[in-house]
Design a protein around this ligand. Structure first.
Ligand SMILES: [Zn+2]
Length: 275
């Protein structure tokens, strides 16, 4: 699933093209993709976007008259692209906006399951839709992070991914951040020293900024991730083989030497089944 660095890179790339011309034709939209019916899709026609914004892993496109906001959530398999006039696009996009001048914003989704979503809302309804989200991960800082960590007793990997507490981090960047902070994915949120909280706050910023910079240059996963999806490859810091463990619905990657004092973490999904 695209996370904060990926979504922010897309936001920056989309900001100018989506606001260059008014929308000429809104739709088609796959019935499972468009999550709202009032205001209707055609209400967008003739309006112009003020630009592209982002909140957590969602893209927001407010109209410049302040009356409507389009929210796009890509989930794991959705992709959004701006096609210049004349550029060939997908035959059956999940969602499409055609602009005057011939450009298009298209949302596609791999696989049969349609999980990505598009919402057309008033600004008030959009605010409600996003109200459950915690503060943005980038720039959170040690004080705010410390309060969040103390407010919940959870394993760090799980807490970092909880969008209600911290917005924008998913499983891939949780792996990268915890590795840089030299913290175990299973460490309990309330048990960190002030120094470890500081290191975690620094790692959140440095890793998300590193990811954003690489994604803006078009880098693919293999170049961006140093720990995530790198089972048995040498750790880029110490050379130890990266390990993998299943936890809840997720697969966690980590370096035993850098993060867990050499211990190999127990698979918490399997051990439950075997008990
Ligand atoms: Zn290491």
């Amino acid at each position: 699933m695209p996370e904060l660095p990926e979504m922010e890179a897309w936001r920056r790339a989309l900001n100018d093209p989506v606001s260059a011309f008014p929308i000429e034709r809104a739709g088609p939209a796959h019935i499972a993709t468009l999550k709202t019916f009032d205001p209707p899709l055609r209400e967008l026609e003739g309006r112009r976007f003020a630009g592209a914004e982002r909140r957590a892993k969602r893209l927001l496109f407010p109209t410049d008259d302040g009356e409507l906001v389009v929210i796009i959530h890509l989930m794991s398999a959705g992709r959004v692209r701006y096609l210049a006039a004349g550029e060939a696009g997908p035959k059956t996009p999940a969602f499409r906006l055609g602009f005057q001048g011939g450009g298009q914003l298209v949302l596609t989704e791999r696989g049969a399951k349609k999980r990505a979503g598009v919402w057309i809302l008033t600004p008030e309804a959009a605010e409600q839709e996003l109200a459950h989200l915690g503060p943005e991960a980038l720039g959170l800082g040690p004080e705010r992070l410390g309060e969040i960590l103390d407010g919940d007793s959870r394993r760090l990997h799980s807490l970092l991914r909880d969008q209600r507490l911290i917005a924008g981090i998913g499983r891939a960047w949780a792996n990268e951040i915890l590795h840089t902070a030299k913290l175990s994915p299973y460490a309990m949120s309330g048990g960190l020293t002030p120094g470890q909280v500081q290191e975690l706050a620094d790692a959140i910023d440095s890793e998300l900024e590193r990811g954003l910079e690489l994604r803006e240059r078009g880098a693919k996963d293999a170049k961006v991730y140093r720990v995530h999806n790198r089972l048995q490859e040498p750790c880029h810091v110490c050379g130890t083989s990266i390990e993998r463990v299943d936890f809840e619905e997720h697969t966690i990657y980590y370096c035993p030497d850098c993060q867990t004092g050499g211990r190999v973490l127990k698979d918490r999904r399997m051990s439950r089944l075997l008990r």
